[in-house]
Design a protein around this ligand. Structure first.
Ligand code: RIB
Ligand code: CA
Length: 306
């Protein structure tokens, strides 16, 4: 049995976060040993309830570690337009019991990283919890093999012309993480906006006929409707699973070493990920996606969620 790469995921489910969690949980290559939640797509209570429901749906005994109510220096800006009032509109989960880790997310991250050298930390929401963990216990940076994040962009943003949601909701947190010295792998809008849940994807997913594919199709139908209404996109971009797919299937993405820094100025550039190839690199930036490889990894794990 090949030894699986240990990961934890900090997320704000969120339709795309949900598929990322499913793929991580069912994959042969990754050992998802914990999940924490952040405020972002919806409030912390709603993203935590959604993560709890998803993990019970997977028959996982992982208890979600709930994160902060707000970003480090600002009030959270949620996104019900895309993810709905619940944060995961489109699927009616059974009435699972809500049970959470007794520790706040930052403490769960500190404890888990200190106990698991070479763990990978995946973030698919604002980086508030990871930034707090690093600030409170800088030693964890020695144990983290890599931070793999969905966020930022080498081109335009989606919340402002300059900034992407996960970064602009908590730019100070992103700045702490990007300056931490931990190796970074950034999958931004420049690639994730090419990953569209189009009719071909929905048709192929529907044929899989598992609980996982049923969850995917029902969630994606609402996700697509909201993306159409709010962003005027024909199909929704499935951002967050790009993180775990890049760890499972090296053929799915190409990366370019760059220097990336976060703009934290109170200007129109707030939250911009400034990417440069002419400064010492600190981040592997996704610059190309192979859609066939991406979707084959997604479908493979939807099949496993029986
Ligand atoms: O900009 C896309 C990101 O913002 C994704 O993580 C999505 O879930 C939202 O959190
Ligand atoms: Ca997210």
């Amino acid at each position: 049995m090949m030894n699986k790469q240990k990961i934890i995921i900090d997320c704000d489910p969120g339709h795309d976060d949900a598929i990322g969690l499913l793929v991580a949980y069912y994959s042969d290559e990754l050992d998802l040993i914990g999940v924490s939640t952040c405020a972002g797509n919806q409030t912390i209570d709603k993203t935590s309830r959604n993560a709890n429901n998803l993990l019970r749906f997977f028959n996982s005994d992982i208890k979600v570690a709930k994160g902060e109510t707000d970003p480090i220096k600002r009030k959270v800006k949620t996104c019900p337009e895309i993810h709905g009032e619940s944060g995961l509109d489109g699927y009616d989960f059974p009435k699972y019991k809500e049970e959470y880790d007794s520790r706040p997310a930052y403490q769960f991250i500190i404890d888990t990283v200190l106990a698991n050298k070479d763990i990978i930390v995946v973030t698919t929401g604002p980086m508030t919890n990871l930034a707090l963990a690093i600030s409170k216990c800088p030693d964890i940076t020695k144990n983290i093999k890599e931070i793999v994040l969905m966020g930022g962009s080498t081109t335009e943003g989606n919340i402002t012309p300059e900034a992407e949601f996960n970064i602009i909701v908590d730019p100070e947190a992103a700045d702490i993480c990007f300056k931490s010295g931990v190796p970074l792998r950034m999958l931004g809008l420049n690639v994730t906006r090419k990953i569209l849940v189009n009719n071909k994807v929905l048709t192929e997913a529907s044929k899989i006929n598992t609980r996982g594919s049923d969850l995917f199709v029902k969630l994606m139908k609402v996700f697509n409707e909201n993306q159409r209404t709010f962003f005027g996109l024909e199909f929704g971009p499935l951002h967050d699973p790009a993180t775990v797919v890049s760890l499972i299937n090296p053929k799915a993405f190409e990366f370019t070493p760059m220097h990336v820094e976060i703009d934290v100025t109170e200007t129109k550039y707030l939250g911009k990920t400034r990417c440069s190839k002419s400064k010492p690199f600190n981040c592997m930036v996704a610059t190309k996606v192979n859609l066939e490889e991406y979707w084959s990894t997604i479908f493979e794990n939807l099949r496993r969620c029986k």
